[in-house]
Design a protein around this ligand. Structure first.
Ligand code: SF4
Length: 483
Protein backbone atom coordinates (compact mmCIF):
# COMPACT_ATOMS: atom_id res chain seq x y z
CA UNK A 1 0.00 0.00 0.00
CA UNK A 2 1.56 3.33 -0.98
CA UNK A 3 0.85 6.59 0.80
CA UNK A 4 1.53 9.95 -0.78
CA UNK A 5 3.51 12.54 1.09
CA UNK A 6 0.97 15.34 1.43
CA UNK A 7 2.08 18.91 0.64
CA UNK A 8 5.28 17.94 -1.16
CA UNK A 9 4.13 19.73 -4.33
CA UNK A 10 5.26 23.36 -4.27
CA UNK A 11 2.29 24.47 -6.38
CA UNK A 12 -0.13 23.38 -3.66
CA UNK A 13 1.78 24.97 -0.79
CA UNK A 14 0.80 28.49 0.23
CA UNK A 15 2.78 29.07 3.44
CA UNK A 16 6.07 30.94 2.79
CA UNK A 17 7.93 29.16 5.61
CA UNK A 18 6.78 25.79 4.32
CA UNK A 19 8.03 26.67 0.82
CA UNK A 20 11.37 27.61 2.36
CA UNK A 21 11.55 24.22 4.07
CA UNK A 22 10.80 22.48 0.76
CA UNK A 23 13.87 24.28 -0.66
CA UNK A 24 15.93 22.90 2.21
CA UNK A 25 14.62 19.42 1.43
CA UNK A 26 15.94 19.86 -2.14
CA UNK A 27 19.36 20.74 -0.72
CA UNK A 28 19.27 17.80 1.68
CA UNK A 29 18.42 15.54 -1.26
CA UNK A 30 21.77 16.29 -2.90
CA UNK A 31 23.61 15.41 0.31
CA UNK A 32 21.69 12.19 0.85
CA UNK A 33 22.23 11.24 -2.79
CA UNK A 34 26.00 11.77 -2.37
CA UNK A 35 25.86 9.58 0.73
CA UNK A 36 23.99 6.91 -1.25
CA UNK A 37 26.82 6.83 -3.82
CA UNK A 38 29.39 6.54 -1.07
CA UNK A 39 27.55 3.76 0.76
CA UNK A 40 26.49 1.90 -2.39
CA UNK A 41 22.97 1.60 -0.97
CA UNK A 42 20.05 3.82 -0.03
CA UNK A 43 20.63 5.57 3.32
CA UNK A 44 18.07 4.60 5.95
CA UNK A 45 16.19 6.61 8.59
CA UNK A 46 14.28 5.64 11.70
CA UNK A 47 11.87 7.90 13.62
CA UNK A 48 11.26 6.79 17.21
CA UNK A 49 8.20 8.36 18.86
CA UNK A 50 7.41 8.62 22.55
CA UNK A 51 4.21 10.01 24.07
CA UNK A 52 0.92 11.30 22.80
CA UNK A 53 -1.01 11.62 19.53
CA UNK A 54 0.41 15.12 19.02
CA UNK A 55 3.91 13.66 18.98
CA UNK A 56 2.80 10.88 16.63
CA UNK A 57 1.52 13.55 14.25
CA UNK A 58 4.78 15.53 14.52
CA UNK A 59 6.71 12.34 13.75
CA UNK A 60 4.74 11.92 10.52
CA UNK A 61 6.09 15.33 9.48
CA UNK A 62 9.67 14.41 10.45
CA UNK A 63 9.39 11.20 8.46
CA UNK A 64 8.04 13.02 5.40
CA UNK A 65 11.07 15.32 5.38
CA UNK A 66 13.46 12.37 5.69
CA UNK A 67 11.71 10.41 2.94
CA UNK A 68 11.60 13.38 0.58
CA UNK A 69 15.31 13.94 1.24
CA UNK A 70 15.94 10.40 0.00
CA UNK A 71 16.13 8.25 3.10
CA UNK A 72 14.42 4.87 3.22
CA UNK A 73 12.28 4.35 6.29
CA UNK A 74 13.29 1.48 8.60
CA UNK A 75 12.00 0.44 12.02
CA UNK A 76 15.38 -0.32 13.61
CA UNK A 77 17.73 2.09 15.31
CA UNK A 78 20.80 0.93 13.39
CA UNK A 79 19.76 3.34 10.62
CA UNK A 80 21.91 6.07 9.04
CA UNK A 81 19.67 8.76 10.56
CA UNK A 82 17.86 8.14 13.83
CA UNK A 83 15.60 10.73 15.42
CA UNK A 84 13.97 10.45 18.84
CA UNK A 85 10.79 12.51 19.22
CA UNK A 86 10.54 12.68 22.99
CA UNK A 87 7.87 13.08 25.67
CA UNK A 88 8.40 14.40 29.18
CA UNK A 89 4.99 13.95 30.79
CA UNK A 90 6.31 11.14 32.99
CA UNK A 91 9.77 10.55 34.38
CA UNK A 92 9.97 7.00 33.02
CA UNK A 93 9.62 8.36 29.46
CA UNK A 94 12.79 10.43 30.05
CA UNK A 95 14.63 7.40 31.40
CA UNK A 96 13.58 5.32 28.39
CA UNK A 97 14.96 7.93 26.00
CA UNK A 98 18.33 7.97 27.76
CA UNK A 99 18.39 4.16 27.71
CA UNK A 100 17.69 4.07 23.98
CA UNK A 101 20.27 6.79 23.29
CA UNK A 102 22.89 4.76 25.13
CA UNK A 103 22.17 1.72 22.92
CA UNK A 104 22.24 3.89 19.83
CA UNK A 105 25.81 5.00 20.54
CA UNK A 106 26.91 1.38 19.90
CA UNK A 107 25.43 1.54 16.40
CA UNK A 108 27.25 4.79 15.77
CA UNK A 109 30.58 3.17 16.62
CA UNK A 110 30.00 0.74 13.73
CA UNK A 111 28.62 3.33 11.33
CA UNK A 112 30.67 6.52 11.05
CA UNK A 113 28.04 8.07 8.75
CA UNK A 114 25.29 7.73 11.32
CA UNK A 115 23.52 10.86 12.59
CA UNK A 116 21.50 10.92 15.80
CA UNK A 117 18.90 13.62 16.44
CA UNK A 118 16.62 14.25 19.39
CA UNK A 119 13.64 16.60 19.56
CA UNK A 120 10.24 17.05 21.24
CA UNK A 121 8.99 18.02 24.70
CA UNK A 122 11.91 16.69 26.71
CA UNK A 123 14.27 19.01 24.83
CA UNK A 124 12.37 22.06 26.14
CA UNK A 125 13.77 21.20 29.58
CA UNK A 126 17.16 22.73 30.17
CA UNK A 127 18.28 19.89 32.46
CA UNK A 128 17.71 17.25 29.77
CA UNK A 129 19.67 19.19 27.15
CA UNK A 130 22.52 19.79 29.58
CA UNK A 131 22.65 16.06 30.36
CA UNK A 132 22.91 15.22 26.65
CA UNK A 133 25.60 17.86 26.12
CA UNK A 134 27.59 16.40 28.98
CA UNK A 135 27.04 12.64 28.80
CA UNK A 136 25.80 11.92 25.25
CA UNK A 137 28.32 13.82 23.16
CA UNK A 138 27.67 11.58 20.16
CA UNK A 139 24.24 13.20 19.54
CA UNK A 140 24.37 15.35 16.38
CA UNK A 141 21.21 17.45 16.53
CA UNK A 142 18.95 18.70 19.33
CA UNK A 143 15.86 20.85 18.81
CA UNK A 144 12.59 21.47 20.63
CA UNK A 145 8.85 21.66 20.03
CA UNK A 146 8.61 25.27 18.83
CA UNK A 147 10.93 25.01 15.81
CA UNK A 148 10.06 21.50 14.67
CA UNK A 149 8.81 23.04 11.43
CA UNK A 150 12.44 23.89 10.63
CA UNK A 151 13.52 20.26 10.61
CA UNK A 152 14.50 20.31 6.92
CA UNK A 153 16.77 23.30 7.55
CA UNK A 154 18.30 21.71 10.65
CA UNK A 155 18.78 18.42 8.79
CA UNK A 156 20.82 20.27 6.16
CA UNK A 157 23.02 21.92 8.75
CA UNK A 158 23.44 18.61 10.54
CA UNK A 159 24.47 16.79 7.35
CA UNK A 160 27.16 19.44 6.77
CA UNK A 161 28.55 19.47 10.28
CA UNK A 162 30.54 17.24 12.64
CA UNK A 163 29.57 19.28 15.70
CA UNK A 164 26.55 18.90 17.96
CA UNK A 165 23.86 21.35 16.78
CA UNK A 166 21.48 22.69 19.41
CA UNK A 167 18.51 24.89 18.51
CA UNK A 168 15.92 25.31 21.26
CA UNK A 169 13.37 28.12 21.30
CA UNK A 170 11.63 29.27 24.47
CA UNK A 171 8.34 29.98 22.69
CA UNK A 172 6.67 30.77 19.40
CA UNK A 173 3.45 32.33 18.22
CA UNK A 174 3.88 30.86 14.76
CA UNK A 175 1.85 28.11 13.10
CA UNK A 176 3.36 26.82 9.86
CA UNK A 177 0.81 25.38 7.46
CA UNK A 178 1.35 22.87 4.65
CA UNK A 179 4.46 21.13 5.95
CA UNK A 180 4.99 17.83 4.16
CA UNK A 181 3.52 14.90 6.08
CA UNK A 182 3.78 11.15 5.60
CA UNK A 183 0.83 9.36 7.15
CA UNK A 184 1.23 6.05 8.92
CA UNK A 185 -2.21 4.93 7.78
CA UNK A 186 -3.61 5.76 4.32
CA UNK A 187 -7.21 5.77 5.58
CA UNK A 188 -7.04 7.71 8.86
CA UNK A 189 -5.15 10.72 10.08
CA UNK A 190 -4.72 13.09 13.00
CA UNK A 191 -5.31 16.78 12.32
CA UNK A 192 -3.90 19.37 14.73
CA UNK A 193 -6.46 22.06 15.42
CA UNK A 194 -4.44 23.90 18.05
CA UNK A 195 -1.12 23.79 19.84
CA UNK A 196 -0.15 24.43 23.47
CA UNK A 197 -2.19 24.69 26.64
CA UNK A 198 -3.24 27.50 29.02
CA UNK A 199 -4.58 25.38 31.84
CA UNK A 200 -1.56 24.81 34.07
CA UNK A 201 -2.76 21.73 35.90
CA UNK A 202 -0.25 21.68 38.74
CA UNK A 203 1.20 18.25 37.87
CA UNK A 204 1.60 18.87 34.15
CA UNK A 205 4.66 20.01 32.23
CA UNK A 206 2.85 20.50 28.91
CA UNK A 207 2.13 24.26 29.19
CA UNK A 208 5.84 24.83 29.89
CA UNK A 209 7.14 22.74 26.99
CA UNK A 210 4.41 23.33 24.39
CA UNK A 211 3.65 27.00 25.16
CA UNK A 212 0.37 28.94 25.15
CA UNK A 213 -2.70 27.94 23.15
CA UNK A 214 -2.54 28.76 19.44
CA UNK A 215 -5.47 27.76 17.26
CA UNK A 216 -5.22 27.13 13.54
CA UNK A 217 -7.60 29.11 11.34
CA UNK A 218 -10.76 27.08 10.53
CA UNK A 219 -10.15 27.44 6.78
CA UNK A 220 -6.69 25.84 7.12
CA UNK A 221 -8.11 22.93 9.10
CA UNK A 222 -10.90 22.37 6.58
CA UNK A 223 -8.44 22.64 3.68
CA UNK A 224 -6.26 19.98 5.31
CA UNK A 225 -9.29 17.70 5.84
CA UNK A 226 -10.32 18.16 2.21
CA UNK A 227 -6.82 17.28 1.01
CA UNK A 228 -6.78 14.23 3.27
CA UNK A 229 -10.19 13.11 1.99
CA UNK A 230 -8.99 13.54 -1.61
CA UNK A 231 -6.02 11.36 -0.67
CA UNK A 232 -8.25 8.53 0.61
CA UNK A 233 -8.57 9.38 4.30
CA UNK A 234 -11.96 8.40 5.77
CA UNK A 235 -11.45 9.08 9.46
CA UNK A 236 -9.83 12.11 11.07
CA UNK A 237 -8.98 12.78 14.69
CA UNK A 238 -8.95 16.46 15.64
CA UNK A 239 -6.07 16.99 18.05
CA UNK A 240 -5.41 19.56 20.76
CA UNK A 241 -4.40 19.54 24.44
CA UNK A 242 -7.79 21.02 25.26
CA UNK A 243 -9.99 21.06 22.17
CA UNK A 244 -12.78 22.87 24.04
CA UNK A 245 -10.59 25.98 24.13
CA UNK A 246 -10.32 25.97 20.35
CA UNK A 247 -10.60 29.52 18.92
CA UNK A 248 -10.53 31.30 22.28
CA UNK A 249 -7.16 32.84 21.40
CA UNK A 250 -8.64 34.71 18.41
CA UNK A 251 -9.78 38.32 18.99
CA UNK A 252 -13.54 38.82 19.41
CA UNK A 253 -13.88 40.55 16.04
CA UNK A 254 -11.78 37.96 14.18
CA UNK A 255 -13.98 35.98 11.75
CA UNK A 256 -11.84 32.93 12.63
CA UNK A 257 -13.29 32.94 16.13
CA UNK A 258 -15.65 29.97 16.11
CA UNK A 259 -16.35 27.40 18.80
CA UNK A 260 -14.95 23.88 18.76
CA UNK A 261 -18.50 22.58 18.28
CA UNK A 262 -18.87 24.72 15.14
CA UNK A 263 -15.52 23.54 13.81
CA UNK A 264 -16.55 19.93 14.40
CA UNK A 265 -19.70 20.54 12.38
CA UNK A 266 -17.67 22.05 9.53
CA UNK A 267 -15.30 19.06 9.48
CA UNK A 268 -18.30 16.71 9.32
CA UNK A 269 -19.38 18.48 6.13
CA UNK A 270 -16.16 17.57 4.31
CA UNK A 271 -17.07 15.12 1.61
CA UNK A 272 -15.29 11.78 1.91
CA UNK A 273 -14.64 12.07 5.66
CA UNK A 274 -16.89 9.44 7.16
CA UNK A 275 -15.86 9.48 10.82
CA UNK A 276 -14.57 12.27 13.04
CA UNK A 277 -12.91 11.84 16.44
CA UNK A 278 -11.43 14.41 18.80
CA UNK A 279 -8.90 14.34 21.61
CA UNK A 280 -8.84 15.77 24.31
CA UNK A 281 -11.73 17.76 25.78
CA UNK A 282 -11.37 19.25 29.28
CA UNK A 283 -14.38 18.54 31.53
CA UNK A 284 -14.39 22.13 32.89
CA UNK A 285 -15.59 23.60 29.61
CA UNK A 286 -17.47 20.85 27.82
CA UNK A 287 -20.37 22.85 26.34
CA UNK A 288 -24.02 21.97 25.75
CA UNK A 289 -23.45 23.12 22.18
CA UNK A 290 -20.83 20.39 21.77
CA UNK A 291 -23.22 17.74 23.13
CA UNK A 292 -25.86 18.93 20.71
CA UNK A 293 -23.51 18.81 17.71
CA UNK A 294 -22.36 15.28 18.60
CA UNK A 295 -26.00 14.21 18.96
CA UNK A 296 -26.92 15.60 15.54
CA UNK A 297 -23.95 14.28 13.60
CA UNK A 298 -23.65 10.58 12.99
CA UNK A 299 -20.17 11.09 11.55
CA UNK A 300 -18.86 12.02 15.01
CA UNK A 301 -17.55 8.91 16.76
CA UNK A 302 -19.58 7.65 19.71
CA UNK A 303 -16.64 8.07 22.05
CA UNK A 304 -15.70 10.83 24.45
CA UNK A 305 -12.39 10.72 26.30
CA UNK A 306 -12.96 12.85 29.38
CA UNK A 307 -9.93 12.99 31.72
CA UNK A 308 -11.02 12.77 35.37
CA UNK A 309 -7.54 12.66 37.02
CA UNK A 310 -9.07 12.43 40.53
CA UNK A 311 -12.52 11.96 42.00
CA UNK A 312 -11.69 13.90 45.15
CA UNK A 313 -12.66 17.57 45.13
CA UNK A 314 -9.78 18.73 47.31
CA UNK A 315 -7.22 16.90 45.16
CA UNK A 316 -8.88 18.34 42.05
CA UNK A 317 -8.49 21.81 43.56
CA UNK A 318 -4.82 21.19 44.26
CA UNK A 319 -4.44 19.87 40.72
CA UNK A 320 -6.01 23.14 39.43
CA UNK A 321 -8.52 21.15 37.39
CA UNK A 322 -11.32 23.70 38.00
CA UNK A 323 -14.15 21.21 38.55
CA UNK A 324 -15.40 19.23 41.53
CA UNK A 325 -16.37 15.59 41.90
CA UNK A 326 -20.02 16.61 41.60
CA UNK A 327 -19.40 18.78 38.53
CA UNK A 328 -17.74 15.85 36.80
CA UNK A 329 -20.50 13.39 37.68
CA UNK A 330 -23.16 15.89 36.56
CA UNK A 331 -21.41 16.19 33.19
CA UNK A 332 -21.23 12.42 32.80
CA UNK A 333 -24.95 12.19 33.64
CA UNK A 334 -25.73 14.78 31.02
CA UNK A 335 -23.67 12.95 28.39
CA UNK A 336 -25.30 9.62 29.26
CA UNK A 337 -28.76 11.19 29.08
CA UNK A 338 -28.27 13.09 25.81
CA UNK A 339 -25.98 10.59 24.09
CA UNK A 340 -26.81 7.15 25.48
CA UNK A 341 -24.75 5.31 22.87
CA UNK A 342 -21.51 7.19 23.60
CA UNK A 343 -18.64 5.36 25.32
CA UNK A 344 -16.81 7.45 27.92
CA UNK A 345 -13.17 6.78 28.73
CA UNK A 346 -10.88 8.63 31.09
CA UNK A 347 -7.41 9.23 32.56
CA UNK A 348 -6.74 8.92 36.29
CA UNK A 349 -3.63 9.80 38.30
CA UNK A 350 -2.92 7.95 41.55
CA UNK A 351 -0.49 9.27 44.16
CA UNK A 352 -0.81 13.02 43.61
CA UNK A 353 0.73 14.86 46.62
CA UNK A 354 -1.60 14.77 49.63
CA UNK A 355 -3.80 11.99 48.22
CA UNK A 356 -5.06 9.77 51.03
CA UNK A 357 -6.74 6.36 50.69
CA UNK A 358 -10.05 8.15 51.40
CA UNK A 359 -9.42 10.44 48.44
CA UNK A 360 -8.83 7.37 46.25
CA UNK A 361 -12.16 6.01 47.56
CA UNK A 362 -13.76 9.10 45.99
CA UNK A 363 -12.09 8.31 42.69
CA UNK A 364 -13.31 4.72 42.90
CA UNK A 365 -16.80 6.06 43.63
CA UNK A 366 -16.69 8.15 40.42
CA UNK A 367 -15.46 5.14 38.40
CA UNK A 368 -18.43 3.12 39.67
CA UNK A 369 -20.95 5.88 39.04
CA UNK A 370 -19.60 7.03 35.67
CA UNK A 371 -19.40 3.46 34.30
CA UNK A 372 -16.31 4.22 32.23
CA UNK A 373 -15.82 2.04 29.20
CA UNK A 374 -12.12 2.24 29.89
CA UNK A 375 -9.74 4.23 32.07
CA UNK A 376 -6.02 4.81 31.71
CA UNK A 377 -4.58 4.83 35.19
CA UNK A 378 -1.18 6.38 35.88
CA UNK A 379 1.01 6.70 38.93
CA UNK A 380 1.79 10.36 39.64
CA UNK A 381 5.15 11.35 38.23
CA UNK A 382 6.90 14.34 39.75
CA UNK A 383 7.98 16.77 37.02
CA UNK A 384 10.56 19.36 37.98
CA UNK A 385 9.31 22.86 37.21
CA UNK A 386 5.65 22.12 37.93
CA UNK A 387 3.99 23.48 41.12
CA UNK A 388 3.11 19.98 42.38
CA UNK A 389 6.79 18.97 42.37
CA UNK A 390 7.36 21.31 45.32
CA UNK A 391 4.27 20.20 47.29
CA UNK A 392 5.54 18.81 50.55
CA UNK A 393 3.11 15.94 51.09
CA UNK A 394 4.39 13.52 48.42
CA UNK A 395 2.76 10.11 48.96
CA UNK A 396 4.89 7.11 49.98
CA UNK A 397 5.42 4.66 47.12
CA UNK A 398 3.92 1.72 48.99
CA UNK A 399 0.62 3.52 49.62
CA UNK A 400 0.48 4.67 46.00
CA UNK A 401 0.93 1.10 44.80
CA UNK A 402 -1.76 -0.21 47.13
CA UNK A 403 -4.26 2.46 46.03
CA UNK A 404 -3.34 1.99 42.38
CA UNK A 405 -4.09 -1.75 42.56
CA UNK A 406 -7.41 -1.12 44.31
CA UNK A 407 -8.45 1.37 41.67
CA UNK A 408 -7.27 -0.75 38.75
CA UNK A 409 -9.44 -3.67 39.84
CA UNK A 410 -12.59 -1.49 39.83
CA UNK A 411 -11.63 0.13 36.52
CA UNK A 412 -11.18 -3.27 34.87
CA UNK A 413 -14.44 -4.68 36.26
CA UNK A 414 -16.40 -1.63 35.07
CA UNK A 415 -14.75 -1.66 31.63
CA UNK A 416 -15.60 -5.35 31.14
CA UNK A 417 -19.19 -4.79 32.18
CA UNK A 418 -19.59 -1.86 29.80
CA UNK A 419 -17.95 -3.63 26.85
CA UNK A 420 -20.17 -6.68 27.41
CA UNK A 421 -23.23 -4.53 26.72
CA UNK A 422 -22.50 -4.52 22.99
CA UNK A 423 -22.55 -8.35 22.66
CA UNK A 424 -24.72 -9.54 19.80
CA UNK A 425 -24.95 -6.09 18.17
CA UNK A 426 -23.88 -5.38 14.61
CA UNK A 427 -21.73 -2.25 14.35
CA UNK A 428 -19.70 -0.40 11.72
CA UNK A 429 -15.97 -0.92 12.00
CA UNK A 430 -13.13 0.76 10.17
CA UNK A 431 -10.76 -2.07 9.24
CA UNK A 432 -7.31 -0.96 10.41
CA UNK A 433 -4.95 -3.90 10.01
CA UNK A 434 -4.30 -7.61 9.91
CA UNK A 435 -4.44 -8.95 13.48
CA UNK A 436 -1.03 -8.89 15.20
CA UNK A 437 -1.31 -12.46 16.51
CA UNK A 438 -3.45 -14.27 13.92
CA UNK A 439 -3.05 -13.48 10.22
CA UNK A 440 -6.45 -14.91 9.34
CA UNK A 441 -8.10 -12.14 11.36
CA UNK A 442 -8.55 -8.46 10.68
CA UNK A 443 -8.70 -5.78 13.35
CA UNK A 444 -11.31 -3.06 13.12
CA UNK A 445 -12.27 -0.13 15.34
CA UNK A 446 -15.87 0.62 16.22
CA UNK A 447 -17.21 4.13 16.47
CA UNK A 448 -17.08 3.78 20.29
CA UNK A 449 -13.33 2.98 19.99
CA UNK A 450 -13.68 -0.73 20.91
CA UNK A 451 -11.54 -3.09 18.83
CA UNK A 452 -13.04 -6.09 17.08
CA UNK A 453 -11.15 -8.99 15.48
CA UNK A 454 -12.84 -11.01 12.75
CA UNK A 455 -12.00 -13.28 9.81
CA UNK A 456 -11.63 -11.42 6.52
CA UNK A 457 -9.37 -10.61 3.64
CA UNK A 458 -6.76 -7.88 3.94
CA UNK A 459 -8.21 -6.11 0.87
CA UNK A 460 -10.78 -4.75 3.35
CA UNK A 461 -8.16 -2.71 5.23
CA UNK A 462 -9.24 0.94 5.08
CA UNK A 463 -12.92 0.09 4.46
CA UNK A 464 -15.91 0.48 6.73
CA UNK A 465 -17.66 -2.87 7.23
CA UNK A 466 -20.50 -4.16 9.38
CA UNK A 467 -19.38 -6.64 12.02
CA UNK A 468 -21.49 -8.73 14.36
CA UNK A 469 -19.98 -8.71 17.86
CA UNK A 470 -19.95 -12.33 18.98
CA UNK A 471 -17.60 -12.86 21.91
CA UNK A 472 -16.53 -10.21 24.39
CA UNK A 473 -12.95 -10.72 25.67
CA UNK A 474 -12.83 -7.97 28.28
CA UNK A 475 -11.81 -4.92 26.28
CA UNK A 476 -12.28 -6.25 22.76
CA UNK A 477 -14.55 -8.44 20.67
CA UNK A 478 -14.24 -11.35 18.31
CA UNK A 479 -16.87 -11.02 15.61
CA UNK A 480 -17.90 -11.87 12.08
CA UNK A 481 -18.44 -9.85 8.95
CA UNK A 482 -22.05 -9.16 8.07
CA UNK A 483 -22.40 -9.39 4.31
S1 SF4 B 1 -5.20 20.55 30.34
FE1 SF4 B 1 -3.91 20.22 32.14
S2 SF4 B 1 -3.21 18.07 31.86
FE2 SF4 B 1 -3.97 18.74 29.87
S3 SF4 B 1 -2.15 19.53 28.81
FE3 SF4 B 1 -3.13 21.29 29.78
S4 SF4 B 1 -2.09 21.48 31.76
FE4 SF4 B 1 -1.63 19.42 30.98
Amino acid sequence: MSINVLNSNKNEVTDAESLKQLEFIEQAKEKVSALEKELGRKPTACVVTFGCQMNARDSEKLLATLKLAGYEEVETEDADFVIYNTCTVRDNADQRVFGRLGQCSNHKKNNPHMKIAICGCMMQEQGAVEKIQKSYRFVDLIFGTHNIYKFAELLNTCLDSDRMIIDIWKETDKIVEDLPVFRKYPFKSGVNIMFGCNNFCTYCIVPYVRGRERSRAPKDIIRECEKLAADGVKEVMLLGQNVNSYGLDFKDDDPNKISFAKLLEMVCEVEGIERVRFMTPHPKDFSDELLEVIGKNEKIARHIHLPLQSGNTEILRRMNRKYTKDDYLALVDKIRRDLPDVAITTDIIVGFPGETSEAVDDTIDVVKKAHFNNAFTFIYSKRTGTPAASFEDQVPEELVKENFDRLLKVVQDEAKEQTLKYAGQTQRALVESVNDHDESLLTGRLSNNTLVHFPGSKELIGDFVDVKLLECHGFYYVGELVK
